[in-house]
Ligand binder design. Sequence first.
Ligand SMILES: Nc1ncnc2c1ncn2[C@@H]1O[C@H](COP(=O)(O)OP(=O)(O)OP(=O)(O)O)[C@@H](O)[C@H]1O
Length: 396
Amino acid sequence: MFGDVDSYKNRENNNNYDETLVKLLEEKIEALTKEIDKLRQDLNWYKTELEKLLAPPYIEATILDILPDGKVIVRSSSGPNLVVNVATNVDVSKLKPGMSVALSQRGSTIIDILPNREDIIVKSFELIEKPNIHYSDIGGLEDQINELREVVELPLKNKKLFEELGIEPPKGVLLYGPPGTGKTMLAKAVAAESNATFIHVVASEFAQKFVGEGARIVREVFELARKKAPSIIFIDELDAIAARRIDIGTSGEREIQRTLMQLLAEIDGFKALDNVKIIAATNRIDILDPAILRPGRFDRLIEVPLPDEKGRKEIFKIYLQRMRINENDKLNYDLIAQLTDGFSGADIKNVCTEAGYMAIREGRESIKFQDIIRAIDKIKKKNLRKAINTRTEKYL
Ligand SMILES: Nc1ncnc2c1ncn2[C@@H]1O[C@H](COP(=O)(O)OP(=O)(O)OP(=O)(O)O)[C@@H](O)[C@H]1O
């Protein structure tokens, strides 16, 4: 009798044991299946990456003409004009002269239509139809503003006056001076006040971003400027392509030289009273190639120096008047202007921003005069550290 009860219990235990084991195994299978899926995904990813790495490069080409038999004449980026076929996955009816396409590695077949090159290049410039900066936003540069108004704004706005008087305004203006003194601001403000499109290009990017294409980009920038005229082309860091060169042996140097040549050709190619103006900026006028400064090119030089005490006071006023100052504090502009000898406009803006942060960090809703003094001290130390690092890095 008892034996029966025991065997029943044993069976019961065994059943429980089996159920637990089945559950465990099912869970294990589920986990492993998930892992297989994950590994399969990883494997596919590695396979496609490997394929991409091992795939031969395609050749970029521009369509010149589409022939009646469906073949296409292209100019390949590697040189000659070619008559090529079109792969079946490419819709022939979409092909048009001037379009960029990818050719198979052997250059015999169009295998893809590429996005419009001009769009890609143009997107990498800062193109502002009308910048939102005005002369009144700029402190301490009254003479520079007046000169720019005379040589850029007036000819753009009143071409007739110049034609009647028979005067030719300069084609290109070069702004030179230390970093952060407002050169870019000046160029943007003239564009805004002249209702001109502002095209901002950074010369160092010609060489870095578009290897082997600097000259072509210069051409496209000028084309774009003509299309969007009246316009101002602002070339920042001009020295990156226009520095005097003793040795042009390397291919990189030759490429920069070609870019410069194209820039000079473009400047020479338009008239002083066309409604495209060029403003360039540099911190290193001392190293510029004299060819760039010849009459008819960048022949109007405007120095944009560090602000003097009066200029610093004006810049402080521009920024601080927009900020909320503690009503019990009187701002001593003379003192802060005196304390910031050697500061650029950009440094002064940093001081104001830093003072604002000091108030925020201390949970205040307004800035105290003391914040500004502390911020000046902080920026001074930061600038000093930067100067020490620049002057000592060659010894480290
Ligand atoms: N004279 C100024 N008046 C008001 N703000 C200024 C002035 N100069 C500089 N700033 C401030 O500093 C910032 C940087 O100035 P900007 O880019 O015009 O200098 P930059 O001379 O073109 O410098 P870089 O040579 O480094 O390109 C401006 O956005 C502006 O906030």
